[in-house]
Write a protein of this length. Structure first.
Length: 104
């Protein structure tokens, strides 16, 4: 049991973060406002964006950073990380949000 407890403690943050991302993807899908919803990674994982949601009809893009702790969300950093991808959506309205356990 001690070994199992160590594994759970070691991997809890990663596992719960992944589940939280899946939760918010499903929440955005249920809103039916976006025709594309997914994650974004640049080469070598330099810029990872937890969720990118695109509405081509209204020409809007939503960039989302997800953290378990709301205070760790950094929208300024999210804007920096999304700069390359945002350049592919010329003329689109960009929205940047942070989701956390508080948004559930």
């Amino acid at each position: 049991m001690d070994y199992l407890k160590e594994i759970v403690q070691r991997d809890y943050a990663t596992y719960s973060g992944t589940l939280l991302e899946k939760y918010f993807v499903e929440l955005l899908k249920a809103e039916k406002k976006y025709n594309l919803i997914g994650t974004y990674w640049e080469r070598n994982n330099q810029n990872e964006i937890d969720i990118v949601a695109v509405n081509d009809m209204e020409q809007k893009v939503l960039f989302v950073e997800i953290k378990r702790n709301r205070e760790k969300v950094n929208l300024g950093r999210l804007k920096e990380k999304s700069a390359n991808l945002a350049g592919q959506f010329k003329g689109y309205e960009m929205d940047y949000r942070g989701f956390s356990l508080d948004n559930m």
